[in-house]
Design a protein around this ligand. Structure first.
Ligand code: COA
Length: 331
């Protein structure tokens, strides 16, 4: 048994103003609104525009507002766990950049890369520091500027992704609420289906890699789709069984927003009613590490204290998993 329960005491999202609609994409690549809506459920996505603006700047907006909302002073924060695949730079990490930009003078932080599963990995990691009693205030943030690694001439990827950020504050509690359980999985053989070739130690950036467009995301959509449906539905089932939960006991399912059809298929396999599934992919597309906290932020007012909520995600790697939390506030 943990010494303390790790409880979410606030959640906040932030998305940029600039909207890239399906109609806009029709002007850029050979696609159409009908295809995108029916195949993915996406209607528009947000892009971060502005010279020098990066992933950390979206996180600054989300975390800054989160601190205000929860009446938390900056020097109270102990740790920032920052989930992202689009760090501001290869080095240093974006978590420390965020701490500096926001003035979180007593915090340290680190980045965590688990692609679209980043947030569920990060909230599991952050919770451990609270449960052991080591820290009292931990920020978990998911932020991705996907537009920085997407090829807007590749119709198979540019229609899917968007930019955004979301964050939660974790604090200790003696009450039986908060982080309950997690099952996290990985299968590195999935790396052939979703990857970015150049810029790492295997293939450093050269003129040739740039000319070949190897600094952009490549995805083989079909196998990712199938593995995502199978991975998320089976891990949620396993988590529910392990915690003796039926569908009636679970108030909300918060799935990673990769494709509306994937979300519907996962709910279908679990026989879980769509009224209890959060969906905002039509507005933001796939914001990678930010999709789950963005959903939590939008649904926050509907959550009640004691609600069992399951987060589930699947992403590049492959990485996937599910987290069970008992919501800690709201009536
Ligand atoms: N507009 C119009 N046509 C398009 C298109 C686009 N943007 N993208 C692909 N097509 C075409 C293909 O060329 C293909 O044409 P063909 O039949 O003449 O060869 C046809 O549409 C079907 O392509 P396919 O890739 O099989 O479509 P799909 O139904 O699998 O949908 C994805 C593609 C990417 C939307 C879907 O596979 C998906 O969502 N995969 C998972 C993505 C994901 O979750 N990624 C993040 C990791 S969590």
């Amino acid at each position: 048994m943990p010494n303390f329960n790790a409880v979410i005491t606030g959640v906040q999202g932030w998305v940029p103003n600039h909207i890239l609609s399906n109609k806009d994409l029709e002007q850029m690549v050979d696609t159409n609104d009908e295809w995108i809506r029916t195949r993915t459920g996406i209607e528009e996505r947000r892009l971060l525009k502005g010279e020098g603006l990066a992933t950390s700047d979206m996180a600054v907006e989300a975390v800054g507002r989160l601190l205000e909302k929860t009446n938390t002073t900056k020097n109270e924060i102990d740790l920032v766990v920052f989930a992202t695949v689009t760090p501001d730079m290869r080095m240093p990490d974006t978590a420390n950049t965020l701490c500096d930009k926001l003035g979180l003078d007593n915090a340290f932080g680190f980045d965590l890369n688990a692609a679209c599963s980043g947030f569920i990995y990060a909230i599991t990691v952050g919770s451990q520091f609270i449960q052991t009693g080591m820290y009292k205030k931990v920020i978990v943030v998911g932020s991705d500027k996907m537009s920085s690694i997407i090829n807007y001439e590749d119709r198979s990827t540019c229609i899917i992704f968007g930019d955004g950020a979301g964050a939660v504050l974790l604090e200790p509690s003696q009450e039986d609420v908060g982080f309950q359980d997690a099952i996290l999985k990985g299968d590195g053989s999935g790396r052939e289906f979703l990857y970015l070739t150049a810029g790492g130690s295997k293939t450093p950036t050269t003129r040739e890699t740039l000319e070949a467009g190897q600094h952009f995301v490549v995805q083989d959509g079909r196998p990712v789709y199938k593995s995502a449906v199978k991975g998320m539905s089976s891990v949620v089932k396993e988590l529910m069984e392990r915690n003796n939960l039926t569908n009636d006991d679970v108030s909300w399912l918060i799935p990673h927003q990769a494709n509306k059809r994937i979300i519907t298929a996962v709910a279908g396999k679990l026989d879980f009613p769509m009224e209890k599934v959060t969906v905002n992919i039509h507005k933001y597309g796939n914001t990678t590490a930010a999709t789950i906290p963005l959903c939590m932020w939008e649904w926050e007012n509907r959550f009640k204290k004691g609600d069992n909520i399951i987060l589930t995600a699947f992403g590049g790697g492959f990485t996937w998993g599910a987290v069970l939390i008992k919501w800690a506030y709201g009536t």
